[in-house]
Design a protein around this ligand. Structure first.
Ligand code: ARG
Length: 566
């Protein structure tokens, strides 16, 4: 099973070889913008022509003349200065989309995705929410494409913050507050420690001593640390549960601490790291980084965030031999990762490391009626509010649904609303959350797509085809049916490019296009109306089923559920 684009590209490749362009790999075919020009186009003639010093149009003509016979292709035409336009056969396409299947391009490959990665003893903030949502969409898409995915939650569970926290705990803890809201209390203590330690250096000294005790695995200190870790993970797990997320590994920074001393020693010995004013750094020769050596040990012997990241890279490469490692972390860490990756390359690591950075998401003041204290908007409050708002929308639009069902649906729609708002935008843009847009009926929202799905499903139910739709798809059709058929056939290639470019918004945009294309279909292609011939009805029901499946699979890959009734 390959994508339609890949199938056509392989034909263009054959044509190029037959036409005497040896040893070249042609560019991939892409859908045409204008359906009247054909379904897919190849722009490869421009590059082929260059290699032989000929006119692009002549190269395109040569491709056309040598194009192999294939059941998928009904027309090959040269247009403009050298475009090759391909028309795809309806029946072939109808057979191809009958099952919404993965192209399996990731088979045999592994990708490690480092996402969410919040810090212990602090509330997960909006940046971590974005990482969690975007990372999970990449996780699901890669799995669907056949990759082995290692979803690794690299929690911040080690380092100087713990020394401070332990002193604050000894001095100022409020047991009752901790029992009620452990992370809130830990966060309060941490902030208090920061303030007090600025004024009182002796406290800071004590915090340092506690950090050292932790590093030396003093049993009492370690037990307290473990308590903080467990309390925080329990809260994170509530968020993950509501978002439907699970990790393959939760290897926090603490998992690598034993590797840090030997790593620094080894890097010094190999001449990769050098001493600099008592500290140890990895000088970086790569462009733009010569002024940014990676600090791996401070003068007092302490290791850093980046040191742990180098040890983590070693571990990941050795354990899983990934073809790619994705780090889904906000824009503020761009320089950090450039330095870490450059240092890793200097160490000889040949992995393909990608920092999937994203912009800031703001919740304008008052977006959430926060029931908990804390400086950052609490994610659970955001999810609660989303479910309540979704409930109001559903109650208004579908008052006939029983109360209990409306509640259940509102939870699905609520989390979907938050996820989709994030995933439907270019990850690298800064975005401001907007409830009206996030819950808009007429597009650009999860609820729009979920309504589109539910409507398709209601047609299937009414047509008696919800369980087993007839296995015939409209071939040789016109207009809206033809357009829908072509669109649904694109799902696999869209998922592939969204995963490869790490842009889930490409998939979101595509799903929206599919949902929009259903409108003209409803208008011009009645399914259940009296007088529709039985074979036309059966074929249209099949198409409805494939479109519904496409939305369900596509939304599922964004981590978004659908409901049959809305
Ligand atoms: N815990 C870090 C933070 O909240 C993110 C960790 C990202 N992953 C990594 N391998 N550095 O900023």
């Amino acid at each position: 099973m390959s994508t339609v684009a890949a199938h056509l590209t392989a034909l263009v490749q054959q044509a190029a070889e037959r036409a005497g362009f040896e040893g070249v790999t042609v560019d991939g075919c892409v859908p045409t913008k204008d359906a009247s020009l054909g379904d897919y186009q190849s722009n490869t003639a421009f590059r082929l022509a260059k290699s032989k010093g000929m006119k692009p149009r002549d190269a395109a003509e040569a491709l056309r003349a040598n194009f192999p016979e294939d059941p998928a292709v009904t027309g090959v035409e040269v247009a403009g200065p050298g475009f090759l336009n391909l028309s795809v056969d309806d029946a072939w396409l109808a057979a191809a989309v009958r099952t919404v299947a993965s192209p399996g391009v990731g088979a045999g490959k592994t990708v490690v995705i480092d996402y969410s990665s919040p810090n212990i003893a602090k509330r997960m903030h909006i940046g971590h929410l974005r990482s969690t949502i975007i990372g999970n969409a990449l996780d699901r898409m890669h799995r669907w494409l056949g990759y082995r995915v290692i979803a690794d939650n690299h929690v911040g569970d080690w380092g100087t913050p713990f020394g401070k926290l332990i002193v604050a705990w000894q001095e100022w803890r409020d047991e009752a507050a901790y029992a009620e809201d452990p992370v809130g209390e830990l966060q309060r203590l941490y902030q208090l420690a920061d303030e007090k330690m600025e004024a009182d250096p002796s406290l800071l000294e004590r915090a340092r001593a506690e950090t050292v005790k932790l590093q030396q695995r003093d049993p009492e200190t370690l037990a307290l640390w473990q308590r903080f870790v467990d309390a925080s993970m329990a809260e994170f797990d509530v968020v993950y549960g509501r978002l439907g997320i699970r990790f393959d590994e939760v290897l926090g920074e603490s998992a690598y601490q034993d590797r840090l001393d030997p790593l620094v020693a080894e890097l010094l010995e190999r001449g990769i790291a050098v001493e600099s004013q008592g500290a140890i750094v990895v000088p970086l020769e790569e462009k733009g980084l010569t002024d940014h050596p990676l600090l791996i040990q401070k003068a007092d012997g302490a290791k850093l965030y980046g040191t742990t990241d180098l040890a983590t890279i070693e571990h990941r490469l050795a354990t899983w031999a990934p073809t790619r490692v994705l780090y889904v972390v906000d824009t503020r860490q761009q320089l950090h990762f450039r330095c870490v990756f450059a240092a890793a390359r200097k160490m000889g690591s040949s992995g393909d490391f990608v920092h999937v950075w994203f912009g800031m998401l703001k919740f304008p003041g008052g977006a959430v009626a926060s029931s908990r204290k804390g400086v950052t908007a609490n994610l659970l409050d955001v999810l609660d509010t989303a479910a309540e708002r979704a409930y109001a929308v559903i109650t208004e639009k579908s008052p006939e649904l029983p109360e209990e069902e409306r509640r259940a649906v509102a939870e699905v729609v609520g989390t979907a609303t938050i996820k989709y708002f994030d995933l439907s935008q270019n990850p690298q843009s800064d975005i401001t959350f907007d409830w009206d847009r996030a819950l808009a009926h007429d597009g650009g929202s999860a609820v729009y797509l979920q309504y589109a799905y539910a409507r398709l499903h209601s047609i299937l139910r009414a047509g008696g085809a919800a369980e087993a739709p007839p296995d015939v798809l409209p071939a040789h059709t016109e207009g809206p049916e033809k357009a829908l058929l072509r669109l649904v056939a694109r799902l696999p290639e869209v998922v592939q490019s969204a995963a490869e470019t790490c842009k889930p918004n490409l998939l979101a945009e595509y799903l929206e296009t599919v949902a929009r294309a259903v409108g003209p279909f409803y208008e011009h292609c009645p399914v259940l109306k009296d007088g529709v011939a039985p074979e036309v009805r059966a074929a249209r029901l099949s198409l409805v089923s494939v479109v519904a499946n496409t939305l369900e699979v596509g939304l599922g890959l964004l981590g978004i559920g659908v409901v049959p009734r809305l």
